[in-house]
Design a protein around this ligand. Structure first.
Ligand code: URA
Length: 453
């Protein structure tokens, strides 16, 4: 069985060869069963990052990752209603927290298997775990129960749900192997295929604060994700969306929960609402619950603005372990969120150095400092600090006066260094009104042929 020796597989990939289905199956099984050393997984990830994979290798890797755990099955009457959305990762990207309950309020079933923070990007699971009691570890049977009673749940990879991604995801984060087309495709599509979906929409981001910086590379990723999703039996649409600054005004796990709740109470920022309604609209059309994209967007907007999505979020929190009273406090019309969500020890306000218009906000610069201050991981499995984050106190295009507060940092001890403070300070840029970096958020929608109208 020389061909199945791990060093041999690593060498094959390192030298640019293709792995056989048998080799990929063996690798994924060894990863899932914990029968391989982390150094070997790291070496294989780096070899894949450098040499890529052929289309058949990507399909096999993804299928084997899906089969590493349970593939969920649903009652017949839910066929067609099973939908989900997944993002390739952003800064301040809290879309899932608003969209999953909005879709449930529109009659869909959303069994969302999500991820943790990856590289500089935030993770839905880390955000939800900032809510005391929220349990992201649910079995397939529990997921079905929650879908029957609530309509949506957001869970993580476990020993029984895509265990291979649980291991690979955590190790990619700390080995600089996140931005690899085959590894992203395997990671995202294996989770979604294990959900046995009828329709999936992908938010493929491009720009300064995304995994891929330019539209063309993001499009290549989107096409690969759609192709592998189709091969695994799902109807897949994709939105190519710009990720240069931040989505909304808050970045950091618990601060993003606050902004999601504000959005579910009808007070959300426009860019977040645009993504939620666009992505949700696509799913409602693909699942036959809306006549066209504008009808789909309208229904999602109504679910959010009318409070139905907030009720679903509250019910989902309770079903996933949050105490009734805490869930009610978070969902009250005027909530003191920090009665439930821990606040960081210190808040530091930074002020505008001059008069001017805010022309640009560098989401990547903000994310990198927050990562260093504890919002992200440098070791697999390490806890993150849920309370670290920033609030933007100004918006793009806003005129500010010298000395006016424009960014609030939430941090713990030790205090941020002078270098970190100046990097935060220069993430916001002043200039003239005509130079405001305001561009269309969703650059392109890639939909299955039958929905292209
Ligand atoms: N989200 C995932 O689940 N996996 C990736 O690789 C990137 C984003």
């Amino acid at each position: 069985m020389e061909a199945l020796s791990i060093p041999e597989m690593i060498r094959t990939k390192r030298d640019g060869g293709a792995l056989s289905s048998e080799q990929l199956r063996a690798f994924v099984q060894l990863v899932s069963n914990n029968n391989i050393q982390e150094a070997q997984i790291g070496a294989m990830l780096m070899a894949v990052w450098q040499k890529g994979m052929t289309p058949p290798e990507v399909e096999t890797l993804t299928r084997e990752m899906m089969l590493s755990g349970e593939v969920m099955s649903w009652p017949k009457e839910w066929a067609g209603l099973m939908v989900d959305k997944h993002s390739t990762g952003g800064v301040g990207d809290k879309v899932s927290l608003v969209l999953a309950p909005a879709l449930a309020a529109c009659g869909c079933k959303v069994p969302m298997i999500s991820g943790r923070g990856l590289a500089h990007t935030g993770g839905t699971l880390d955000k939800l775990e900032s809510i005391p009691g929220f349990n992201i570890s649910q079995s397939a049977a529990q997921v079905q129960e929650i879908l029957a009673s609530v309509g949506c749940c957001i869970v993580g990879q476990t020993q029984t749900l895509v265990p291979a991604d649980r291991v690979l995801y955590a190790l990619r984060d700390i080995t600089s192997t996140v931005d690899s087309l085959p590894l992203i495709a395997g990671s995202i599509i294996s989770k979604k295929a294990a959900e046995s979906l009828a329709a999936l929409v992908l938010d493929v981001k491009f720009g300064r604060a995304a995994l891929y910086k330019d539209l063309e590379s993001a499009k290549e990723l989107a096409k690969l994700l759609v192709e592998v999703g189709n091969q695994l039996g799902m109807r897949v649409g994709a939105a190519l969306s710009r990720m240069d600054s931040t989505i909304g005004q808050r970045v950091g796990n618990s601060l993003e929960v606050v902004e999601s709740l504000e959005t579910l109470k009808g007070r959300g920022p426009d860019d977040l609402m645009e993504l939620v309604t666009t992505l949700g609209g696509v799913l409602l059309v693909m699942s036959g619950l809306a006549a066209d994209q504008s009808d789909g967007r309208r229904r999602i907007r109504e679910a959010v603005m009318g409070g139905a999505a907030l009720s679903k979020f509250q019910a989902m929190m309770e079903a996933q372990g949050v105490a009734k009273e805490a869930a009610a406090t978070l969902c009250a019309a005027q909530s003191d969120y920090h009665r439930v969500l821990r606040k960081a020890e210190h808040q530091l306000e930074l002020s505008s150095p001059a008069d001017g218009v805010v022309v640009d906000v560098d989401g990547m610069a903000l994310a990198l400092v927050l990562h260093q201050l504890g919002a992200g991981r440098s070791k697999a499995g390490e806890p993150v600090n849920h309370s670290v984050g920033v609030e933007l106190l100004v918006s793009l295009g806003q005129w500010v006066q010298k000395g006016a507060p424009w960014l609030r940092l939430h941090h713990e001890d030790p205090a941020p260094s002078q270098d970190q403070i100046s990097r935060l300070q220069s993430a916001l840029m002043l200039g003239a009104q005509e130079n405001v970096r305001r561009k269309t958020l969703v650059a392109e929608l890639l939909l299955p042929q039958e929905f292209m109208k």
